[in-house]
Design a protein around this ligand. Structure first.
Ligand SMILES: *Cc1c(COP(=O)(O)O)cnc(C)c1O
Length: 458
């Protein structure tokens, strides 16, 4: 019998890490751009050939498997660290956060019971409370759950509201994230109501009418940073209406939440702390590798409804004897210490470091908008609120816009998103890369305008 493979201890990890880092380098060189060229079929074929067989009779060993598969994955990756990869809220993770995540994997604490995560559970409690206090600076007992993303955070917000009221009707703006409606479906809530957002943000007058006309109880979900345009709903007006109608307010600040770290941009979030619950993602404008998200609550007692007991994890006598009760901190059981990378990031960068990152990315977005605005061949949708810039070639039809995006994707030259606004289709650049330069942005636009010229030449 051969000895079992080594466990994730430093001496065993060290030579494997060298291989992984080499493979990351080699794969990126082979790709040579933000995305693999050739489109889905070429990538799938290459993966198929590389993998076969997925489960060989005799293993190839750690070094070979890591080298082959990490190289192949990197070669076929959409690289968010490439300045021309700007479609989605797909962040380029900070090196220090990725390094911290390795420690989380190696230690593998599980946050469902104290005896699997003594320090990790204490770390999580401290860090989420500190972040909740950033969101709710005036609250006496703010708290937050660490979640896997805005989707889970929004679902939990709906669940907390339902448990509080028995049932709730969700009202959300036209630009709200799809996960809210899905969460309502998952929880069996009444059909959600979409409130018009004629100028890109939820219309308070229409919300007032809906709250007046529809039977409650109501859960209003406002958005601070919509997925399509990055717009922020009029939070103070919405909070006033919720107070007047006795509605619960959730603010989905998955995208915009980290503007709190910036003195210059924090005023955009005025009213955020009037929400009962707030979603903030840190795997977007927080530069964390996924997963890193929070559902913050103004009062920690809001979370009491999640209390749950399983004798093997949090028996009452164990809890009475002082062992922390962790099952009420999530609907998951086994749970990674995703908070470690965030704690490392907060400490390493400090408030000013985070502020500089946020400000830099928002400035880049204004620079891109200005470049578009001054370009005779391009039309700008609007000045960006956060870091999303919508633009399209002047006089192009929607089909041309869609084709430009797909051509850039399949050629592996740039990754742009798409969004409908004003009844037309736009190219969407979502900037998150603090290392991108104005030169990169100009290059991105050149790739688009060359394709337009190419299409009119033909
Ligand atoms: C990204 C996003 C979500 C979904 O978050 P995930 O982390 O992808 O689950 C929800 N709402 C908004 C506004 C978002 O930007």
């Amino acid at each position: 019998m051969p000895a079992p493979p080594p466990l994730a201890r430093p001496d065993a990890l060290h030579p494997l890490l060298a291989t992984v880092l080499d493979a990351l380098r080699t794969g990126a060189q082979r790709r040579g751009g933000p995305l693999p060229a050739g489109g889905p079929a070429a990538v799938a074929d290459r993966m198929h050939t590389t993998l076969a067989p997925v489960l060989p009779d005799t293993g190839t060993g750690a070094q070979e498997a890591l080298r082959t598969l990490v190289t192949a994955l990197t070669e076929g990756a959409a690289d968010p660290a490439d300045p021309l990869c700007a479609a989605h809220l797909h962040t380029p993770p900070l090196a220090l956060a990725a390094a911290a995540d390795l420690a989380a994997s190696a230690l593998n604490p599980s946050l469902d019971s104290w005896d699997q995560a003594p320090a990790a559970s204490a770390l999580e409690a401290e860090v989420v409370r500190a972040l909740a206090a950033e969101i709710y600076p005036r609250a006496a007992h703010p708290d937050a759950l660490a979640t896997t993303g805005g989707t889970e955070s929004n679902q939990l917000a709906l669940l907390l509201a339902r448990e509080h009221h028995g049932s709730v009707r969700l009202l959300h703006g036209d630009g709200a994230h799809h996960s809210l409606r899905r969460g309502a479906w998952l929880l069996g809530l009444p059909e959600p109501v979409t409130i018009p957002a004629p100028g890109g943000t939820l219309d308070p007058a229409a919300l007032d009418n809906a709250l007046t006309d529809l039977p409650g109880p109501h859960l209003v979900a406002a958005t601070a940073g919509t997925t399509d345009t990055g717009r922020i709903d009029p939070l103070p007006d919405i909070a006033d209406l919720c107070e007047r109608h006795g509605a619960t307010l959730h603010i989905d600040a998955a995208y915009g939440g980290p503007l709190l770290f910036s003195a210059a941009h924090r005023p955009l979030l005025t009213g955020l702390d009037r929400a009962h619950t707030v979603t903030v993602d840190l795997h977007k404008l927080g530069w964390q590798p996924a997963a890193a998200s929070l559902l913050a609550v103004r009062d920690t007692r809001t979370l009491d409804v999640l209390a749950h007991t399983a004798d093997y994890l949090n028996a009452t006598d164990d809890t009475d004897a002082g062992l922390p009760d962790l099952l009420g901190r999530s609907l998951r059981t086994t749970r990674r210490p995703d908070i470690l990378k965030t704690a490392v990031t907060l400490r390493a960068l400090g408030r000013t470091g985070l502020e500089a990152l946020v400000d830099r990315v928002l400035t880049l977005a204004q620079e891109l908008a200005a470049l578009v605005d001054h370009h005779p061949g391009l039309e700008l949708y609007e000045r960006p609120t956060i870091s999303t810039v919508l633009f399209r070639p002047t006089d192009a039809d929607d089909a041309t816009v869609a084709t430009i995006r797909r051509t850039l994707l399949t050629e592996g030259r740039a990754v742009l998103g798409r969004a409908h606004a004003d009844g037309r289709l736009w190219l969407k650049a979502t900037l998150l890369n603090p290392h991108a330069t104005p030169g990169d942005l100009a290059h991105l636009l050149k790739l688009v305008t060359h394709l337009v010229e190419g299409s009119t030449d033909r």
